[in-house]
Write a protein that binds this ligand. Sequence first.
Ligand code: DGY
Length: 320
Amino acid sequence: MKVFINKRIPEAGIRLLKDANLEIFIPEQENLSYEEWLNYCRSNDAILSVGGEFKFDKDFFNECPNIKAIALFSVGFDRVDIQEADARKIPVGNTPDVLSKAASDVAFLLMQSVARRASYNFEKVKSGNWGDFDPLHALGQELYGKTLGIFGLGRIGYEMAKKSRTAFGMQIIYHNRHHNEEAEKNLGAKYVSFDELIEQSDVLSIHANFKAEQKELFNASVFDRMKKNAIFINTARGGFHHQKDLYAALSEHKIWGAGLDVTNPEPIFKDDPILELSNVCVLPHIGSATEEARNGMAKVAAENIIAFSKGEKMPACVNP
Ligand code: DGY
């Protein structure tokens, strides 16, 4: 079986694929155009897909009828039309669990950075403006005992809730498709409606899998109803929030601040006015960017491909 890998991945995954005697192809050039990417997909049986630029939609499946399996190098699978893959009996694998700690660490980091105004203070230092001790200036807010609202309490949301509960004794509320009994039992998490979530959260953190119908769910009508001291955290997918509405809410101080590891669009434009705001911290989608998580992702993605090559179900399969 021939496997196309569109970007270099950690050696741990490559070794597994080679040990399984699979023929792998990684192009020298990393930034492929859509046409180049399609051509490589056409001449291979499976793709281990790294990065989010191209979609596996109906057009893709029509263009690449030979592709028999897709192993994503990500936990999110929003760029795959799963129904279409199902209809063609193409299994789609992802990489859950191995990045939950790393990804939730970034949400936790952003929550604290925004609460303690890290970006603003770092900019001051960089511009040679350390300043005298001032009892009234650059004050942050403490998170102890505050309410953390989680939208989408799966594996990553659980880790974020656990850290926040342990470190700051935060009260956890959540909105999800299903009740999360483990979080209710272990963390005292309380299931609330979407309206309650946005109105009661001091920190609102998104950890759901993105679906097209949730596009820009977090927009002016939501920001208007959030608390004035609220911190908005998005480390899931940029499509969840309406960037201009978020900018307006932040610049008009309708909410306290925002921490983003994902933006809309992504990458963010260099001149996006949100970058000028002092109550925002933006990172370039680094949720899973640790040695540990990326090695784990490489192994899981390779194991998905290997299982498929043996006619077995992928161990981490998105389709039922
Ligand atoms: C994921 O795994 O989904 C991360 O967001 C990287 O794409």
